[in-house]
Write a protein that binds this ligand. Structure first.
Ligand code: GDP
Ligand code: IMO
Ligand code: MG
Length: 428
């Protein structure tokens, strides 16, 4: 079967959007499997930058079907804004965009609850994007949620009101002041617009596509270290960001999975709170942030930066069954005399390990670094892997040997064209 899964191996923002857009022509279908408007996936081509939140990153390619799977939580208002942003480019979204009827809805009160919960946590806040993600998934697993298919039901408003009344009780508990006067009409307007789009039983669509031998690319959001099961809990998102999540979030069997394409930045970033072993709170961290324009695509928040964390990457490759690695933002490290890579963690009792401890909060680790020679010069116009600086290629080899996996693609700039595919290891 031909389902390839592309997902982030760090704390999100690895460059998933850029690569899904780059690879999309090799596929007939692109399907987002989890997350919601907390994601911000940036695509750049023809001198224009697009940021997608819920719409799959294959949307700009003609002849490709784009599916929003059941695992996604959808904010109709954000969604219709995304549709508006597509209109100037003549994207035939009426024809090539399909939304699972089983995807859950984010209500205006979910956003309020997100804000109320974060405010109540004070210094221990998650650093959520405040898009209502946690509360929407809580209603899903609590078996209270509303789904896209429900908007077609005649008693939708009644069911909406029942859930909102419950939320109002919770907001009272939080003593959170709010005003729904603007957000509620906007929500219902967006719901009416959603009804015009293709709402489908996408699990059947995907199954049929795979049966017919079509190639499907599953697009993840966030990253493995933000996964609800295996991330740095509780500083995580509320969905399954791993390969298993692609099966759950699309309704495809595990045996359909072929390649698992794991994306990582040549360094690390994290936005929001939570442990980050290789974080650099110094001039080097600042230099990486400046060079990489490390500010969030969804919230504009400044991203925390640090060196590459190989034990964390190894953990992510293990959990996902990664078959090929894609290294992003290699250009950003150009100009550093030396590059450090964390190869092991030192625990408080002095033990040196490559294993991720149960909880980085209770068991803080000290990164053990290996220092590699840096490279310099503008590499953004390179077109062949062999033309890249020797020390960058050495860096690539070092990571490959550590992880026992091939780095099949190196990205050297935000544009679609600034992508070097190493054909020798790319089997597609
Ligand atoms: P995603 O959430 O994984 O899709 O990643 P984001 O779009 O949130 O963040 C990645 C950022 O890096 C975006 O601004 C991209 O345009 C940019 N980007 C992607 N690949 C590269 C690259 O190789 N080099 C540079 N300099 N920027 C890149
Ligand atoms: P993409 O798909 C980076 C982070 C938030 C916060 C935590 C929980 O663009 O890579 P949530 O809003 O989900 O309750 O926030 O997760 N976060 C992301 N960080 N990229 C993302 O998505 C993220 N989505 C959520 O900053 O720390
Ligand atoms: Mg992002």
């Amino acid at each position: 079967m031909n389902l390839d899964v592309l997902l982030g191996l760090q704390w999100g923002d690895e460059g998933k959007g850029k690569i899904v857009d780059f690879l999309a022509p090799k596929y007939q279908l692109v399907a987002r499997f989890q997350g919601g408007p907390n994601a911000g996936h940036t695509l750049e081509f023809d001198g224009i930058k697009h940021v997608l939140h819920q719409i799959p990153s294959g949307i700009f390619h003609e002849g490709i079907q784009n599916v929003i799977g059941n695992g996604v939580v959808i904010d109709p208002v954000v969604f219709m804004k995304e549709i508006e942003a597509l209109k100037p480019y003549g994207v035939p979204y009426h024809k090539n965009l399909f939304i699972s009827k089983k995807a859950h809805l984010i209500l205006p009160t979910h956003r309020l609850l997100d804000a109320a919960s974060e405010a109540a946590k004070g210094k221990e806040k998650i650093g959520s994007t405040l898009r209502g993600i946690g509360p929407a998934y809580m209603d899903k697993t609590g078996r209270n949620g509303l789904r896209i298919g429900d908007i077609l039901s005649p008693d939708f408003k009644k069911r909406y009101q029942k859930l909102v009344d419950k939320h109002k009780g919770l907001l009272e508990f939080y003593r959170y002041e709010y005003d729904l006067n603007e957000s509620e009409p906007a929500f219902f307007e967006a719901i009416e617009q959603l009804k015009e789009l293709r709402l489908a039983d996408t699990e059947y669509m995907l199954s049929e596509a795979l049966q017919q031998g079509k190639r499907v690319l599953a697009e993840g959001a966030q990253g493995t270290l933000l996964d609800i099961e295996f991330g740095s809990y509780p500083y995580v998102t509320s969905s399954h960001t791993t390969t298993a999540g692609a099966c759950i979030g699309l309704g495809v069997a595990p045996k359909a999975v072929h390649e698992v394409l794991g994306i990582f930045k040549a360094y690390c970033t994290r936005v929001g709170s939570g442990p980050f072993p290789t974080e650099l709170n110094d001039e080097t961290g600042e230099a990486i942030r400046r060079a990489g324009h490390e500010f969030g695509s969804t919230t504009g928040r400044s991203r925390r930066c640090g060196w590459l964390d190989l034990p964390a990457l190894r953990y992510a490759c293990m959990l996902n069954g990664v078959t090929q690695l894609f290294m992003m933002k290699a250009d950003v490290l150009s100009g550093f005399d030396e590059i450090k890579v964390c190869t092991h963690y030192k625990l408080s009792d002095g033990t040196i390990t490559r294993q991720m401890p149960y909880c980085l909060l209770n068991e803080p680790v000290e990164p053990v670094y290996e220092t590699l020679p840096g490279w310099s010069g503008n590499i953004e116009a390179s077109t062949a892997y062999e033309d890249l600086p020797r020390n960058l290629r050495h860096y690539v080899n070092f990571i490959e040997e550590y992880l026992h996996l091939p780095i099949a693609l190196v990205s050297i700039g935000p544009d679609r064209a600034q992508t070097i595919l190493r054909k020798n290891v790319f089997s597609m």
